[in-house]
Design a protein around this ligand. Structure first.
Ligand SMILES: Cc1cc2nc3c(=O)[nH]c(=O)nc-3n(C[C@H](O)[C@H](O)[C@H](O)COP(=O)(O)OP(=O)(O)OC[C@H]3O[C@@H](n4cnc5c(N)ncnc54)[C@H](O)[C@@H]3O)c2cc1C
Length: 387
């Protein structure tokens, strides 16, 4: 039989393009994992991406499939030195491969969870995690043409999107510009170059600040700027931009895009950094009732918050979360998602009361014991915290 003669080219149906850009299309009835539900993942394998970045691949304990949107994160928890520690990690694998889920973690100097994962997580070991969450996904800005910008470990959500896009067909028009310190710091370098070979419209450009141990690096050197962007992506104004990386990089990129005439409504960013996440999450969408309540609370401008262990103290009004006010007062508290999901900022309120609107990051029995999430708690009296 002549296979070539019997086959015909059908192309990439509109359903596949729609699927990529639609939140509901990624939902699988056989794989529901709500973000407030903690499950046990089993590590299937660990691989080195760079000298300080590793990918950890997991499957479920009961063989259930995973369901999430490309770009979402999970919140992993582990007992480290006798303390329960939780951190958010973006899912770097695509939802099109639902049997496993991977996270790609960069070691943070002095960091608790990232170093613990690098040093301890191995095939066969278990890790607890809350289900997928987050709105940095293609469905937040459906578009036919995208520009992905990332730096450092900010590559992970864009890698999930790129892998998903290519799994659904080779025709998505994506330009992916990733900035790294040196060529040997480029995460997913080989895979991205392979993916480029599989898809004509996918273009991947790596920009390195320095040559490091690769003096024959032939790509752009330095930082992304408007002239370089215009040269590399002349149609950048027509593209939906998704960006993830360190705060300074995102600030500079945002300014560059505005200056270049890119429509800010077509700009989407994800921050891994506590400070920026807190700024973004400071005033989440609120109901009229919430706003009325806040206006009443704002009339009371002088709540005192005392940290019992460190003896530090600051004042705040009732409209801000304790986390935001603490940061503004120069007292950084532990935090990760800033959305009441991950539980990193869980703190015991020793005296006083707060109004907490969480998203499942704290259990009823913890609330009974006086614990609260500082990222979504606003004071209704003076406070003493166990910090
Ligand atoms: C939505 C989201 C997605 C993310 N996705 C990824 C991802 O895909 N890959 C990835 O690598 N990371 C990701 N992150 C970041 C990740 O959650 C962690 O923040 C990161 O791994 C560092 O955690 P850690 O426990 O190792 O460091 P931490 O222990 O939280 O420490 C962070 C830094 O603060 C310092 N520090 C710690 N405690 C104190 C203190 N009391 N006072 C002063 N300084 C202190 C540490 O020395 C270190 O420099 C994501 C974050 C978010 C919010």
């Amino acid at each position: 039989m002549n296979i070539a003669a019997d086959s015909c080219f059908i192309g990439q149906g509109p359903d596949m393009l729609d699927r990529f850009n639609s939140a509901s299309a990624w939902e699988r009835a056989d794989a529901q994992w709500p973000n407030h539900e903690q499950r046990t993942l089993i590590c299937a394998r660990v691989s080195n991406e760079t000298h300080d970045v590793r990918t950890f691949v997991f499957h479920t304990q009961d063989g259930q499939l995973f369901s999430f949107e490309p770009g979402q994160f999970i919140t992993v928890s582990a007992e480290i030195d006798g303390k329960e520690v939780s951190r958010c990690y973006t899912i770097s694998s695509p939802p099109t491969r639902p049997y496993t889920l991977s996270i790609t973690v960069k070691r943070t100097p002095g960091g608790v969870m990232s170093n613990w994962l690098h040093e301890n997580m191995k095939a066969g070991l278990a890790l607890k995690a809350f289900g997928p969450s987050g709105v940095f996904t293609p469905s937040s800005g459906p578009a036919a043409k995208s520009l992905y910008l990332s730096a450092g470990s900010g590559v992970t959500p864009l890698m999930s999107m790129t892998r998903a896009a290519l799994d659904l067909g080779p025709n998505r028009d994506i330009v992916f510009i990733h900035s790294a310190r040196t060529p040997e710091d480029i995460i997913f370098r080989k895979e991205l170059s392979t993916l480029c070979g599989l898809s004509d419209p996918l273009r991947v450009i790596h920009i390195c600040e320095a040559l490091g141990n690769e003096p024959d690096w032939s790509g752009p050197v330095g930082r992304l700027n408007l002239d370089l962007l215009k040269e590399l992506v002349p149609d950048f104004r027509d593209r939906e931009v998704f960006i993830c990386g360190p705060g300074g990089y995102m600030d500079a990129s945002r300014k560059m895009l505005l200056e270049g005439g890119h429509d800010p409504a077509r700009y989407h960013q994800e921050s891994f950094n506590f400070a920026e996440t807190v700024e973004c999450a400071e005033e989440p969408a609120s109901t009229t009732a919430d706003q009325t309540e806040r206006t009443e609370r704002s009339e009371h401008t002088g709540y005192t918050v005392r940290l019992a262990r460190s003896g530090r103290e600051f004042t705040m009004d009732g409209t801000q979360t304790v986390l935001v006010a603490a940061r503004k007062a120069g007292v950084p508290l532990p935090s990760s998602c800033s959305q009441g999901i991950c539980g990193t900022c869980k703190t015991k309120v020793l005296e006083g009361s707060v109004d907490m609107k969480h998203n499942g990051g704290i259990r009823p029995r913890e609330i009974e014991k006086g614990m609260r999430l500082m990222c979504c708690s606003r004071p209704t009296s003076d406070l003493v915290l166990d910090l």
